[in-house]
Design a protein around this ligand. Structure first.
Ligand code: FES
Ligand code: FES
Length: 156
C-alpha cells in the first residue's frame, strides 16, 4: 500500500513522516518515531498498555489512526520527564515498587498523569476508575495506588 504523509505533534515536537494509511497511532509511534515506551499489547482496546495522552486525555493508541487526531498534542511516556528530571509519578512508582515487569507501566503512568492533572488529590475511587482500563498482571494495584498518592502529596 502507498504510504501517505502525516504530521503529528508528539511530546512538544512536530513530526512529518510517511506511514501506511492503515497504521494506528500505536504503530506510528513505535515503528516510525521509535517511541517504543508505548507498549503493544492486545491491539483490541482491552489492556491499556498502549495508552497515551491526546490533549491531556487518555487515548488507546491501538484504536486510533493518526489522521484522526490532526495536530493535537500527543504525550507518550518519553515525554513525561522534564529533561533529566523525572516526573513525580515516575519517582513514586519506582520508590513504591509499582512497576514489576513494567509492561503496563507507561500506560499506567499516563493515566495517572491525566488523573492528577484533573484531580490533584484523588480518592482511591477516582484512582480505580481512572486506571480501570490499564490491566496489570503483577502488582495487585495497591502499590500503584500508593505511588499515585505519594506523587499527589508532592508540591508541584
Ligand atoms: S494494545 Fe491497546 S488496549 Fe491493548
Ligand atoms: S507491572 Fe507487570 S503488568 Fe503491571
Amino acid at each position: 500500500m502507498t504510504k501517505s504523509l502525516i504530521t503529528l505533534r508528539v511530546n512538544g515536537e512536530l513530526h512529518t513522516l510517511a506511514a501506511e494509511p492503515h497504521h494506528t497511532l500505536l504503530e506510528v509511534l513505535r515503528e516510525e518515531l521509535g517511541l517504543t515506551g508505548t507498549k503493544h499489547g492486545c491491539e483490541l482496546g482491552e489492556c491499556g498498555a498502549c495508552t497515551v495522552l491526546v490533549d491531556g486525555r487518555q487515548v488507546l493508541s491501538c484504536l486510533v489512526l493518526p489522521q484522526q487526531i490532526g495536530l493535537a498534542e500527543v504525550t507518550t511516556v518519553e515525554g513525561l520527564a522534564n529533561g533529566p528530571e523525572l516526573h513525580p509519578l515516575q519517582i513514586a512508582f519506582a520508590e513504591e515498587g509499582a512497576a514489576q515487569c513494567g509492561y503496563c507501566t507507561p500506560g499506567m503512568l499516563l493515566s495517572a498523569k491525566a488523573l492528577l492533572d484533573a484531580h490533584p488529590h484523588p480518592t482511591r475511587e477516582q484512582m480505580a476508575d481512572t486506571i480501570s482500563g490499564n490491566l496489570c498482571r503483577c502488582t495487585g494495584y495497591t502499590s500503584i495506588y500508593e505511588a499515585i498518592e505519594k506523587a499527589a502529596a508532592k508540591p508541584t
